[in-house]
Design a binder for this molecule. Structure first.
Ligand code: S3P
Length: 173
């Protein structure tokens, strides 16, 4: 974990917090590549997150998530990383974040905002059964873990993608 001026800018947070959309704006502003975990996993495997999850199971997906994070952190070229929502579940990933030259920003969202944002998306297997209950449980279980890895916390509630990106840059620029 590093302060502002670190090589990589890493966005963490729950699904629906806006890591990918804020990451796209930041990558453009900073003229850096965006390394988006789910996108990279899909490019590398030629399969969707849902296919991997359903066929190989969560553990296999989490391994790909870890490999993608570690590769991104080890990349010499400074980047913006939209980390997968579940990346903080692994202690090894949390240590990798802490030991890397990365500024980690937690995009913090109220759980009701998250529920509203993800309710129409069909690509997240974890939300297949009871999305609201699942998101509340994940929010509760992961709060401490995101806090643990974060160098900075930016609230996304009632803010546009552009405003969130500006808030991230205030520290990371
Ligand atoms: C997950 C988040 C998803 C995706 C998978 C699992 C999680 O990514 O990796 O469905 O455990 O939080 P996003 O955070 O980009 O939605």
């Amino acid at each position: 974990m590093s302060g502002c001026g670190a090589k990589h800018l890493v966005l963490v947070g729950m699904m629906g917090a806006g890591k990918s959309s804020v990451g796209r704006v930041l990558a453009r502003k900073l003229d850096r590549p965006l390394l988006d975990s789910d996108e990279l996993i899909e490019q590398r495997t030629g399969r969707t997150v849902r296919e991997i999850w359903m066929t190989d199971g969560e553990a296999a997906f989490r391994e790909l998530e870890t490999r993608t994070l570690v590769d991104a952190l080890n990349d010499d070229e400074p980047s913006v990383v939209a980390a997968a929502g579940g990346v903080v579940l692994s202690a090894a990933n949390r240590i990798a974040l802490a030991e890397s030259d990365a500024h980690v920003v937690w995009l913090l969202a109220n759980v009701d905002v998250l529920i509203d944002r993800v309710k129409n998306g069909a690509h997240r297997p974890l939300l297949d059964d009871d999305p609201e209950a699942m998101l509340r449980a994940m929010h509760r279980d992961r709060d401490e873990l995101y806090r643990d890895v974060a160098d900075a916390i930016v609230s996304v509630d009632n803010r546009s993608v552009h405003d969130v990106a500006q808030a991230v840059l205030r520290c990371a620029g």
